[in-house]
Design a protein around this ligand. Structure first.
Ligand SMILES: O=C([O-])CC(=O)C(=O)O
Ligand SMILES: [Mg+2]
Length: 676
């Protein structure tokens, strides 16, 4: 039955009870879930000895259920019980123990009893899916945020009612990590590894992050590209427990309420998608949820943002993917995508609700929206919200960093190079613009001029001025004077780029002829095949090295293994926005930035390029290894935060003196905590 901890002083319990009752009487809380929320607030705000709210909440639940199992929402009955409880404590004074209190004079006896009525409830009876605010006992083992499995110490097993719920052995987090890695390595199929990791995340969050942080190079291709792409494609079939928040057209008019259902109040980073352009795989509708979930796992593992401060969101406005619409296991709305006003209104409601619920400083990262919405959303909200488009801005910052680093290998300054892109969408035009901006700043030349060094090819051929009228807005700045060319190979031959960048989302488009052509007029052609996942990469690492006869400097969006060519081993780099967004977001969060400015992207990019040291250049690498990513992220965060302060966009004052140290000190560590 009810068991307040004996460590709770009766006075503090009484004060809690009376505050709660007052809240209920004043109709500040109107139903039971609000009582739970109120209880959390009261516990947090009263500096009483109520250090654990668990038992209180449990008893409230208990009382509630006991009042009337069919209608737990009756505040009057609850207050009645609370009052009786209060008077029991008052009578007995400091000697009181909660065991002295029996809410309905022994309505509940000993033994095994279904006191909450959940097991005995018939199908038409309502049961309350209640939970504790502070977990203990069985619920502690089921709470991924606090569960430590066999690593609970003897003392914790005593104080948290875990005796008997675990086998006798205890072990360290290191040993658990070793076991889990052994298990994961046994799976041959990457998707099975993905599922095993997801299960771990839902079972023991700290252990999940410990694995990810300590084995980042091995596990990144599982929780992230390429495997996350396959996971999204099969999301309905592998779906077990929901992660993140789903906002669909059904929730129109109620988005704020939906946000309030999320259990965490202090959210710092939201990654949101509408699933229309998942990696280079196209429209995966609601199943795109794998992407925000994966990106936020990296926010924590690579950038040190606390998991509880991360919120993955999928906005479901339907899908045009016929196969999914016909798939019996599809988890989303079964309708064609809505567009126009209805789409804009839902997004608008979402953006306002986020600000209302979480304030001005929550970062909203747009991810994998289709071009036509991505540019518009960024433009529409960048002055009113803290927004960042990873595919446009994050990819741009990472590619600029790689290109700047590569200058050490290929020579020349940025302005002396000529760039040709295959793909003129978010990544292509985003990268092009940031390169043009950087050249403009460095050479003090107007950006309209520096753009002329950069050429883009889309599905219709080279973007040239004669096509201007029919081009989408975001492509227009790239329509330079040139005769029309309708394919990449001819464009390569005509433009003679020193840098060739693939951002088309279409695999195997850097053909042998294309790579041979670009290698014919460059000693060391810089070739970046950015599209994800691996199946969509413009070429493989092996193709790039072989066709360029070992001369290409190559990096790709998804990882490739090292390649041996003519007796030499070439290690390809991974040009993926995962280098940037975790540190970038951390920098915004720690400075309390309220808007994103392009100069912050340049700051992040510069910081990343600065991490590529001689030892990596010697191996032909233009990015540092991911194994150093937390240190890299701290530096990126510090550089971004410094820029936020410089621009007057930071609200965390005073500015910490040493921003790198400060960033490091803010980073989440997955090591287990000791419980009192
Ligand atoms: O998720 C990734 O690996 C990079 C990215 O943003 C994309 O391809 O859309
Ligand atoms: Mg993306």
């Amino acid at each position: 039955m009810i068991s307040f901890k004996r460590t709770h002083s009766p006075k503090s319990i009484i004060s809690f009870i009376s505050t709660t009752s007052t809240c209920i009487l004043n109709k500040k809380v109107s139903h039971f879930s609000s009582v739970v929320a109120a209880q959390k607030q009261i516990t947090a705000s009263s500096a009483s000895s109520l250090t654990t709210g668990f038992d209180l909440q449990r008893s409230l639940c208990f009382l509630c259920c006991n009042c009337n199992r069919k209608s737990v929402a009756d505040p009057q009955l609850l207050i009645g019980s609370l009052r009786r409880m209060e008077s029991t404590f008052n009578e007995l004074g400091d000697k009181a123990s909660v065991l002295d209190f029996d809410p309905k004079s022994a309505d509940v006896g000993g033994g095994v009893e279904d006191i909450y009525g959940e097991d005995t409830a018939t199908e038409d009876q309502l049961v309350t899916p209640w939970t504790y605010s502070v977990a203990s006992g069985y619920s502690l083992l089921r709470d991924p945020q606090y569960n430590k499995g066999l690593a609970f110490t003897e003392k914790e097993r005593d104080t948290h009612y875990l005796r008997g719920l675990l086998p006798p052995a205890t072990c360290s987090q290191q040993l658990q990590e070793k076991k889990l890695m052994n298990n994961i390595r046994q799976y041959q199929v990457p998707l099975q590894k993905y599922m095993a990791l997801t299960e771990l995340q839902e079972r023991n969050e700290r252990l999940f992050y410990k694995l990810l942080i300590d084995n980042v190079e091995e596990l990144l291709p599982i929780v992230y590209t390429p495997t996350v792409g396959e996971a999204c494609q099969k999301f309905g079939s592998i779906f077990r427990r929901p992660q993140g928040l789903y906002i669909s057209l059904k929730e129109k008019g109620k988005v704020l309420e939906v946000l309030k259902n999320w259990p965490e109040r202090t959210v710092q980073v939201i990654v949101v998608t509408d699933g229309e352009r998942i990696l280079g795989l196209g429209d995966l509708g609601c199943q795109g949820m794998g992407i925000p979930v994966g990106k936020l796992a990296l926010y924590t593992a690579l950038g040190g943002v606390r998991p509880s401060a991360c919120l993955p969101i999928t906005i479901d406005v339907g899908t045009n993917n016929k196969q999914l619409l016909e798939d019996e296991f599809y988890i989303g709305l079964r309708q064609k995508r809505t567009t126009g006003k209805e789409y804009a209104d839902l997004l608008d409601e979402f953006m306002s609700a986020v600000k209302q619920n979480y304030g001005e400083k929550v970062l909203i990262q747009f991810e994998d929206f289709a071009n036509h919405n991505a540019f518009q959303l960024l433009e529409k909200y960048r002055r009113t919200h803290l927004v960042f488009n990873d595919d446009i801005q994050g990819t741009a910052a990472v590619v600029l960093a790689g290109v700047v680093a590569a200058l050490r290998l290929v020579g020349g300054s940025l302005s002396e190079h000529k760039f040709l892109f295959l793909g003129a969408g978010e990544a292509g035009t985003g990268i092009a613009e940031l390169i043009a901006l950087e050249i403009s700043k460095k050479t003090k030349t107007p950006v309209e001029e520096t753009r002329k060094k950069i050429w883009l090819v889309d599905s219709k051929g080279l973007i040239v001025s004669s096509r201007k009228d029919s081009l989408q807005q975001f492509k227009k700045p790239w329509a330079h004077e040139h005769e029309p060319i309708d394919n990449l190979l001819d464009a390569v031959k005509a433009i003679k780029p020193t840098v060739l960048i693939g951002s088309s989302g279409v695999g195997r488009t850097f053909t042998k002829e294309v790579i041979e052509a670009v290698s014919s007029f460059n000693e060391k052609p810089l070739i970046l095949a950015l599209s994800n996942p691996t199946s969509q990469s413009e070429c493989t690492a092996e193709e790039a090295y072989t066709w360029s006869k070992g001369r290409a400097i190559f990096a790709s969006g998804s990882p490739f293994d090292p390649v041996e060519y003519n007796g030499k081993v070439y290690v390809p780099g991974q040009s993926n926005n995962a280098y940037i967004f975790p540190g970038f977001g951390l920098g915004l969060v720690i400075s309390g930035a309220i808007r994103v400015h392009d100069d912050m992207l340049l700051a992040a990019s510069e910081s990343l390029a600065g991490e590529v040291t001689e030892e990596y250049f010697e191996k032909g690498l233009i990015y540092p290894p991911f194994s150093n990513i937390r240190k890299i992220s701290a530096h990126i965060a510090a550089n971004v935060a410094a820029k936020a302060y410089e621009l007057g966009l930071a609200t965390r004052l005073p500015r910490p003196e040493n921003l790198v140290k400060y960033a490091e000190s803010c980073m989440y560590s997955p090591v287990y905590r000791n419980y009192r």
